[in-house]
Design a binder for this molecule. Sequence first.
Ligand code: ARG
Length: 270
Amino acid sequence: MKLNKIFGALSIFTIAAIGLTGCGEDPQANSNTLKVGSTIDFAPFEFQDEKQTDYQGFDMDLIRAIGKEMGKEVQISNIGFDGLIPALQAKNIDVVISGMTITDERKENVLFSDPYYQSGLQIVVRSDETSINSFEDLKGKSLAVQIGTSSSNEAKKIENATVKELNTPADCFIELQNKGADAVINDRPVNDYAIKEGGITGLKALPERLTAEDYGIAMAKDNVELQKQVNDALKKIRDNGEYDKIFEKWFGGQVPQAQPESQPESQAQQ
Ligand code: ARG
């Protein structure tokens, strides 16, 4: 008898729970969800640890903090880098946070938040490489880059270079290790992490920084209201110290002083 009551109570609870989940599917309730797209291959910004199921990284913590500030539940989907902007345009997702550089070309198709991280591109070669010491030396070489990225754009500008566009930075590093390419161009913090903590062996990053780039959160071109909400939330977490905590967690140091976006390397603060 007692047991029956418990089961009875349980099933009512279960039905209620299913009912609630069901509500989540109607478009009205969905406005409480911030649908985020990211390419989960870019440690320490977005990656999946073998031991953990949740997506991790600086961007992941940042967007969760922004979502919380906006009172929205954050739902993150893993999408190939060249599919992120099309997914925004198709309104399958609301925002992209994916170490995405704010560029004029992208601004023709999407809106960006205020910059949230200062980055830049850098060359990676095999540890025993002696003939590639700077950007100049890349002429006529074979270069591996992630498809759809600013690295890919830079690589295509290099005279007589063969550009191999691969799906992930990890694919690029493997191509380089296997001598399928002479160099990789990729974002500096990601190279640093891969070499120091990501178990990528036999490769070294060159000290030269090719570009200064700012990362921004992207939204569909007509989503001006959302852009404002994201910027307000970003400002709040910068003001209340949450941003600093997240920065410290992933980069272990102080946040560098804010810089205007994408200025030439010669003027950028190191
Ligand atoms: N910052 C570069 C760009 O915007 C590369 C970003 C790649 N992001 C990623 N999650 N794989 O083009």
